[in-house]
Ligand binder design. Structure first.
Ligand SMILES: Nc1ncnc2c1ncn2[C@@H]1O[C@H](COP(=O)(O)OP(=O)(O)OP(=O)(O)O)[C@@H](O)[C@H]1O
Length: 253
């Protein structure tokens, strides 16, 4: 069965003020895969990621040119409803950022904003989301305690559960394990591998082994260009471009 394309970018250019950060990027991202975005610090990975749900609009001097479509619809078209787009395309950040609320309220918050008021329905969503994020067994007896009482790894799984609670299609992850220890990282990686059955995941990572372990496709960014994009196994074993090889073998970055 051929996979659907979730995102298509054509000649994408992104500026902060006069500085061009993304330079003529073309990419197609397929559904139910993990796509890893790798590249040295400052090459534009986070900037690219933030464009996919228009979080970049919150940066006042940003400008996006070219075309970027999500499931066939240009997301910079004036008809695009940004709230709906962000409901379809959730985001998880580098540092876990739970709300200063209970575990339960962190998950119920999004569904409530989208109009769900029924307590039984909210309970179901909270349990389902926490199970999907592999956190339920650890927190089911303390749903009303503060999210800040959880460990860093648990807080990050809570943030993933919060993103899942509004039934997204895509999850954007910006170095979600960079603040976590190796055990918590391994749990998030296992979680991501499982989540791709249902979601499309695009993850920025500095960790080459992580990209190799969890992703099907890898895009190597350098100075705002995509130098190479393809099957992760090929990129990590037989890169076509010598710059990709230099980067993945640790010669720079
Ligand atoms: N709000 C902003 N205004 C101006 N320049 C910015 C802004 N945010 C980022 N930049 C610059 O844009 C470039 C790309 O930043 P970006 O965060 O996308 O890189 P990155 O590849 O994700 O880096 P890292 O791996 O270090 O997180 C950098 O030179 C950065 O300094």
């Amino acid at each position: 069965m051929t996979k659907q394309t979730v995102y298509s970018a054509r000649n994408l250019e992104i500026y902060y003020g006069k500085d061009q950060i993304i330079k003529g990027v073309d990419i197609d991202i397929e559904e139910n895969e993990v796509t890893a975005i790798i590249g040295p610090s400052g090459c534009g990975k986070s900037t690219f990621l933030k464009t996919l749900n228009r979080m970049i609009d919150t940066i006042s001097n940003s400008k996006v040119l070219g075309e970027i479509s999500y499931r066939g619809q240009n997301i910079y078209d004036e008809k695009t409803n940004v709230v709906t787009l962000r409901q379809h395309v959730g985001m998880v950040f580098q540092k876990p950022n739970p709300f200063p609320k209970s575990i339960y309220e962190n998950i119920a918050f999004g569904p409530k904003i989208h109009g769900i008021r029924d307590k039984k329905k909210l309970d179901e969503i909270v349990e389902k989301s926490l199970r999907a994020a592999a956190l339920w067994d650890e927190v089911k007896d303390k749903l009303n305690t503060s999210a800040f009482s959880l460990s860093g790894g648990q807080q990050q799984r809570l943030c993933i559960a919060r993103a899942l609670a509004v039934e997204p299609d895509v999850l954007l992850m910006d170095e979600p394990c960079s603040a976590l220890d190796p055990i918590a990282t391994a749990r998030i990686e296992d979680l991501i591998i499982g989540l791709k059955e249902k979601y499309t995941i695009i993850i920025v990572t500095h960790n080459m082994q992580q990209a190799a372990r969890i992703s099907q496709k890898t895009a190597f960014f350098l100075n705002g260009h995509i130098i190479e994009y393809g099957d992760t196994a090929q990129i990590f074993t037989k890169p076509k471009n010598s710059k990709t090889e230099d980067y993945i073998t640790g010669r720079f970055g």
